[in-house]
Design a protein around this ligand. Structure first.
Ligand code: SF4
Ligand code: SF4
Length: 447
């Protein structure tokens, strides 16, 4: 069975919500839309206090090529444009909308009828990229890179395959798993659209073997679509990393940054992105909602919700039985790559794949000990780095050495820290070092 070659770990899966069908979350009373919820330039607000908006109406426009439009997921009145705390912990400009009713733009097709590429033979590659751009779609796996940019490969590169990341290798998260069980056809049409957009005639949907029911349904459905192969992968973290996925599926290795996956022929998109592309192109629906897993061992009923963007996380937690008394930490995303959140009032954004409530026992950190040079972090690192060394260099602020040791290749997967028997906070130091070195490289390149 396929997997990536270097490093990797096997954390407890804890997919508590895997059997919980997607429920439609209630509308919020006030929806909040941060203008910076994607990689690239923040969007620019095009509404003002007092404006009336409908569901699907653009409220902020992309501010450059690497940026993305933002659409209202609710109908109502713009309350204010003001700072809101987002998952980064910082207050950033956001549009607040008081929800009134649920009035959608008529141009959006809300029927469940499946539309395939055969129903729209006139669609060109350029049409698809334009519609994706106009719908504000970004990578839904959490990276939030504008999708239309990935579908516009740089000159000199030649895409060969679209690889759909359906590994969902983070423990606890089940949003992609449920999406495949409940919307396999829409995803597969989305894959055909992505393949057409970049002119390739081979698509892979890569799923880890711990999702056997999703593999079965996707294989059954894929037989009706040309040139899409469902690939079963071993269950191993961090298989959803772009470089790891490419290695696992087509056995190619992406060179060090700034090389992109397309330099070895691969266009990677998340399975949720494929679904969003289907909705944008075939249903004229911009990115206004997403599936969110809300989970945790002490939570009464871990669930998957179809959630309008802008909904506060607290509302989803309440719908799962409320915040448990023994809550130790709230994480945006999964336990490996997610970030601790300061508040439950943070709104669901385009990249919010999950909310994990860790109990006090899980959240407690053991006091770090001295490194015993066991090398386990080196064995675990999927990028072939030396995490103990990167961490030490960062702690000692040896930025030049850190750059030489290739810290910018770190994908911040946390495998090193997870595996360290001395409980060293490796990822914390490596992240700090990587951010500093990337800043140094940026300022050097602008001189
Ligand atoms: S966080 Fe970075 S250094 Fe640590 S295992 Fe992952 S890629 Fe390697
Ligand atoms: S796993 Fe921990 S103790 Fe072992 S070499 Fe790495 S940092 Fe040191």
């Amino acid at each position: 069975m396929k997997t990536f070659r270097i490093g990797g770990i096997h954390p407890a899966e804890n997919k508590l919500s895997a059997t919980s069908p997607i429920k439609v979350a209630e509308l919020p009373k006030i929806a909040v839309f941060p203008l910076a919820q994607h990689i690239g330039a923040p969007a620019k607000a095009i509404v003002q206090k007092g404006d009336k908006v409908k569901v699907g109406q653009m409220i902020a426009e992309a501010n450059g090529f690497v940026s993305a439009h933002i659409f209202s997921s609710v109908s109502g009145t713009v309350l204010k444009i003001d700072n809101a705390i987002d998952a980064s912990g910082y207050g950033k400009p956001a549009i607040y909308i008081t929800v009134e009713g649920d009035e959608w733009l008529e141009s959006i097709d809300r029927t469940p009828q499946l539309i395939t590429i055969k129903d729209k033979p006139e669609l060109t590659d350029k049409d698809i990229v334009e519609k994706v751009k106009n719908a504000g779609i970004v990578g839904m796996g959490g990276a939030c890179f504008p999708c239309h940019v990935k579908l516009s490969p740089p000159p000199g590169t030649k895409p060969e395959w679209v690889i759909i990341n359906a590994a969902e290798c983070e423990p606890y998260l089940t949003a992609d798993h449920r999406l495949m069980l409940e919307h396999a056809d829409e995803i597969l049409v989305g894959v055909t659209l992505l393949m057409k957009a970049v002119n390739v005639n081979k698509g892979y949907v890569a799923i880890e073997k711990n999702k056997a029911d999703a593999i079965k349904i996707m294989q059954e459905k894929a037989s009706a679509y040309d040139n899409i192969e469902i690939v079963t992968l071993k269950t191993k973290y961090p298989q959803g990393g772009e470089k790891q996925l490419i290695d696992a599926v087509v056995s190619r290795q992406v060179p060090a940054p700034p090389a992109l996956p397309v330099s070895v022929g691969a266009i990677i998109q998340n399975v949720g992105t494929a679904y969003a592309v289907y909705e944008a192109v075939m249903k004229n629906k911009p990115l206004i909602e997403r599936i969110v897993t809300v989970t945790g061992k002490s939570l009464k009923s871990p669930s998957n919700f179809l959630t309008r963007l802008g909904t506060p996380m607290s509302q989803l937690i309440d719908a799962c039985g409320g915040l448990p008394e023994d809550t130790g930490k709230i994480i945006g995303g999964g336990p490996m790559m997610g970030k601790a959140l300061l508040s439950t009032e943070i709104p669901i954004c385009k990249g919010s794949s999950g909310v994990l409530i860790m109990n006090e026992k899980e959240a407690s950190r053991t006091e770090p000990q001295n490194c015993i040079r066991c090398g386990k972090c080196v064995d675990a690192c999927p990028m072939g780095l030396e995490p103990y060394l990167l961490s030490d260099c960062s702690e000692l602020k040896l930025w030049e050495r850190l750059e030489k040791e290739d810290v910018t290749s770190c994908i911040e997967c946390g495998s090193c820290q997870y595996t360290c028997p001395a409980y060293r906070p490796l990822l914390d130091y490596i992240r700090l070092g990587k951010t500093t070195v990337m800043g140094i490289i940026r300022s050097r390149n602008t001189k």
